[in-house]
Design a protein around this ligand. Structure first.
Ligand code: DGL
Length: 269
């Protein structure tokens, strides 16, 4: 009997990881939880993010998942060590801003990092940054309001607030471009932000590289699964659940996963 892979985020951002997971593991079944009723994580304290992550993990374990993907940088930073300690047998895959892959791609050695305030303040991120000391200058930007604007655009279809939030944060980071002292590489350190890539591209122009790591997470997940779905399972199933607005999650899955509209359902947890 094939067991599903559990995946969660504070909201719809983890759909950017689910998209890569489906491409890498098309035969697997997935249960996705968007914790939109308790978002944003990045502007709440650690205790909130830890308790939500623990509750969601318990609920997913009751669905007999074979592995857990924390498709949220903020929840990974706050809770992955606690979840791994509590569930030592469960493969748990987390996500962190792609600083390491960005370094060899940058010619100006000036790299922008957009993430939530919670991720940037975490000791996990500080350790990651310290591990890259001397490799490049990292310009860090805590992007208050951006994940929330992306959530709201999923429900309304109106991207004006997303563009405004991107503009505010990009301007605060300084000059972008491929000349010395300019930021030529931008790391999207929150799983929501790939859904603002069109707006970022519009603001940054073509020469800036925009990096996210959904594909890397998907490859890492594949390596952690002990049994892969048989080849004859051409297409696994997806269950989309949310603690917030089910129609917004369904609309986002339709718009961004390029799949037929799924019925997203409300879950109380
Ligand atoms: N998608 C989440 C992340 O990767 C955070 C968004 C939020 O603040 O809730 O960090």
């Amino acid at each position: 009997m094939k067991k599903p892979v559990g995946i969660f985020d504070s909201g719809i951002g983890g759909l950017s990881v689910l998209k890569a997971l489906r491409a890498e593991l098309p035969g697997e079944d997935f249960i996705y939880i968007a914790d939109s009723g308790h978002a944003p994580y990045g502007e709440r304290d650690d205790a909130h993010v830890i308790s939500r992550s623990q509750g969601i993990t318990r609920w997913l374990l009751a669905q007999d998942i074979q592995a857990l993907v924390i498709a949220c940088n903020t929840a990974t930073a706050a809770a992955i060590h606690l979840l791994r300690a509590k569930h030592p047998v469960l493969p748990i895959i987390g996500v962190e801003p792609a600083l390491k892959p960005a370094v060899p791609l940058s010619s100006t050695r000036r790299i922008g990092v957009m993430a939530t305030r919670g991720t940037l303040a975490s000791s996990k991120f500080r350790a990651l940054l310290a591990s890259q000391a001397g490799q490049a200058d990292f310009v860090l930007q805590g992007c208050d309001g951006l994940a929330d604007a992306i959530e709201r655009s999923a429900a309304s279809g109106d991207d004006a607030q997303v563009l405004a939030a991107c503009k505010r944060h990009i301007e605060a980071m300084g000059r972008f471009g491929d000349q010395p002292d300019e930021i030529d590489t931008l790391v999207l350190g929150c799983t929501h932000y790939p859904f603002a890539e069109a707006q970022l591209r519009q603001l940054l122009g073509p020469q800036v590289q925009i990096i996210s790591n959904g594909e890397a997470i998907a490859r890492q997940t594949r390596r952690q699964l002990t049994t892969l779905a048989e080849a004859e399972h051409v297409s696994g199933s997806i269950r989309l659940l949310t603690t917030g607005d089910a129609s917004a999650l369904g609309a986002a899955a339709h718009r961004w996963l390029g799949l037929p509209a799924y019925d997203a359902a409300l879950v109380n947890l």
